[in-house]
Design a protein around this ligand. Structure first.
Ligand SMILES: Nc1ncnc2c1ncn2[C@@H]1O[C@H](COP(=O)(O)OP(=O)(O)OP(=O)(O)O)[C@@H](O)[C@H]1O
Length: 462
């Protein structure tokens, strides 16, 4: 079966002989062919049925050959269905009429008497166009849905402390400018959350928010990941692929862990940002890029500059506005709000009747220093909600309920009653403390990849 057998077609022409002949011929190629000699019935026909292609005559009144009727009915059809594929037919066609028809929204134009092969080729091409544009619409709505699903997890920004209110204020001020923003803060302080909030409140809200975790991109894949590649550019380049810059076109590109990239990578990134152009690996065609850049890091970039590990000129490019996110221990007044928020969230998720945390628990939480910040608090509440038998969470529902925290600070660990998992937890905590919560450095020290360290942090709720 060929492509056309799948399509449905409506032909509108006042010439009954032509209609019948066309129907006989086109029925061999289309799934359904309807014919109509009275254009006044078009609105009713289109309300009741949908057609892949409408072939429309341009002149219905005897001795009139201006094509005006065709334009009139073309406009009516497009009013009813703006995505309709309409091909105009006329015996009086010339180039001007054809151009005018396309300007009025027709997809194509055929002259009668037509050659069957040419007509078929035109219909075939239009049908392909129709299915491609339907696919684009479908993909766009899927993409919107996926983005909304991801974004939902990052919608609630909790906090009333002066420190976080100042952050909200800055978001409001910068979101609608196109300024590049650098967000700094320890792990788990909400850098991605804030980056997404800026995007949501920006003029690029309708376009995508694309994240790249630069800490997880290997040296060899850096260029291809960011700038894309052409098929055959290297062994694994099996097909043309757009990089993150291109995917983020018209939207926001979020470069997470920007402090982790090497000096040669910094140079490549700087060139792309300066020129606002990228070139796919293996290609020599430059592509213009229109993105809003948000970067994030948990490292002290200024220290890195002093040590010659980060380029000053790159910093100037990325930090038009800098937002410093406070560590959770610097805004303890937000802890009760966050606890309430996450208890509600996880009680619902796990179908538990947990109302709140006891005063003693909150007091402990406020004293605790939260090296993993809000992510750590979130995971510890999730675990407590799952494990607890109480309606009110108690200190013993949490890990820090013993003197573990102080022990950890002092490096005192009693190994007598520990199993392998306990030891692993202690080692991970130590590595995190030693590296000030920096996941990449802690992972390196532990001999783990970033993702396997993240997996363990999730597993242990650290
Ligand atoms: N103010 C906040 N209110 C509610 N939840 C928050 C807040 N800040 C962060 N979170 C939550 O904490 C978790 C970690 O946040 P996020 O991933 O944005 O941190 P991050 O600083 O980007 O972490 P990393 O540096 O490890 O990539 C997320 O689940 C996020 O929803």
């Amino acid at each position: 079966m060929n492509d056309l057998k799948a399509g449905t077609l409506l032909i509108v022409d006042d010439n009954l002989d032509l209609l019948n002949a066309a129907k006989i011929f086109l029925k061999r190629h289309f799934k359904r062919v309807d014919i109509e000699s009275n254009p006044n019935l078009l609105p009713t026909l289109l309300q009741n049925d949908s057609y892949d292609i409408i072939l429309l005559d341009m002149n219905f009144t005897r001795d009139v050959s201006t094509g005006q009727e065709g334009y009139h009915w073309l406009n009516k059809i497009l009013e009813i269905d703006p995505s309709a594929i309409v091909i105009l037919i006329t015996a009086y066609g010339d180039v001007n009429t054809a151009v005018k028809a396309i300007k009025h929204g027709a997809t194509d134009f055929v002259l009668k008497p037509w050659e069957n092969d040419k007509l078929l080729a035109t219909l075939n091409a239009s049908l392909k166009l129709k299915s491609a544009s339907e696919k684009v619409t479908q993909l766009q709505s899927q993409q919107k849905q996926l983005n909304a699903d991801i974004d939902r997890r990052f919608r609630d920004i909790i906090g009333k402390s002066d420190a976080i209110q100042h952050v909200f204020d800055t978001i409001k001020r910068v979101a609608r400018t196109d300024a590049n923003v650098l967000i700094t803060g320890e792990n788990g302080t909400g850098k991605e959350l804030i980056a997404r909030a800026i995007h949501r409140n920006s003029l690029r809200d309708d376009a995508v928010f694309v994240t790249v975790d630069l800490g997880a991109v290997t040296d060899s894949l850096f260029e291809s990941e960011l700038f894309g590649h052409k098929k055959g550019a290297f062994t694994d380049a099996k097909e043309d692929r757009a990089g993150r810059f291109e995917v983020a076109q018209n939207g926001t590109l979020f470069l997470d862990e920007i402090g982790n990239i090497s000096l040669p990578q910094q140079a490549k990134l700087l060139t792309a940002l300066q020129n606002r152009k990228i070139t796919r690996v293996g290609s020599n065609k430059a592509i213009d890029i229109d993105i809003r850049l948000i970067s994030a890091t948990n490292m002290s970039i200024n220290e890195m500059i002093n040590e010659g590990k980060f380029r000053q000129d790159l910093l100037y490019r990325i930090n038009t506005i800098e937002i410093k996110l406070p560590a959770l221990r610097e805004r303890p007044e937000d802890i009760p709000l966050l606890v309430e928020h996450y208890i509600k969230f996880y009680s619902k998720k796990y179908n538990k009747e947990i109302h709140k945390a006891s005063d003693a628990t909150l007091a402990r939480m406020i004293r605790y220093d939260w090296p993993g910040n809000i992510r750590e608090l979130q995971h510890s509440i999730e675990r407590a909600v799952i494990m607890s038998n109480h309606n009110i969470l108690q200190p013993e529902d949490f890990f820090f309920q013993s003197t573990q925290h102080e022990d950890r600070k002092n490096g005192n660990v009693n190994l007598d009653h520990l199993n392998i998992e306990d030891v692993e937890k202690i080692l991970i905590r130590k590595a995190l403390d030693k590296n000030f919560g920096n996941i990449t450095q802690a992972a390196q020290e532990l001999g783990l990849t970033r993702s396997s360290l993240y997996r363990r942090l999730e597993k242990y709720g650290l």
